[in-house]
Ligand binder design. Structure first.
Ligand code: SF4
Ligand code: SF4
Length: 142
């Protein structure tokens, strides 16, 4: 399952930084630098990477993987890091809250009915069954 976490392959990374310089999240937040995360992993500081909130900022757009001159699958490595973080129960509080809201309402951001009413829009009621409906529709589309 964790084949992309192969530290042997990571030895081919020569820290050129092309992955980070093409990353949209890096443009918004300079602290997010995929090449540094790979460096930590290759040095064996995997726990440090898993415990960091940084891995959750990636949008999995694959730009870094496409730009890497060494063919290193940076996005997949970050995915793997997330999977390992979940397995080790290192999940940021905010994401746990978002997951609960998503399961309860089918939305990541709760509906602000006060704002809707101020704008002349009708209130939208929370529907606890909305997630079940999403799964039902997805099942039919298979
Ligand atoms: S682009 Fe590839 S070789 Fe360069 S730092 Fe990123 S992973 Fe390493
Ligand atoms: S996949 Fe993640 S790390 Fe790579 S460029 Fe996109 S946002 Fe950045």
């Amino acid at each position: 399952m964790y084949k992309f976490f192969d530290r042997e392959k990571l030895k081919y990374c020569y820290q050129c930084g092309r992955c980070s310089s093409g990353c949209d999240i890096n443009r918004l937040d300079i602290s997010f630098q995929p090449h540094r995360l790979l460096h930590l992993i290759s040095m064996g500081a995997i726990d440090k990477v898993l415990k960091s909130d940084t891995i959750w900022k990636c949008t999995t757009c694959f730009t870094c993987s496409e730009r890497c001159p060494q063919g290193i699958k940076v996005t997949e490595i970050l995915w793997t890091a997330r999977a390992m973080a979940v397995k080790s129960n290192y999940i940021p509080e905010l994401l746990i809250t978002q997951k609960d809201i998503l399961l309860r309402t089918g939305r990541l951001i709760p509906m602000d009915n006060k704002k809707r009413e101020k704008s002349g829009l009708t209130a939208i009621q929370e529907e606890p069954s909305v997630v079940d409906r999403i799964f039902e529709i997805a099942e039919k589309e298979k």
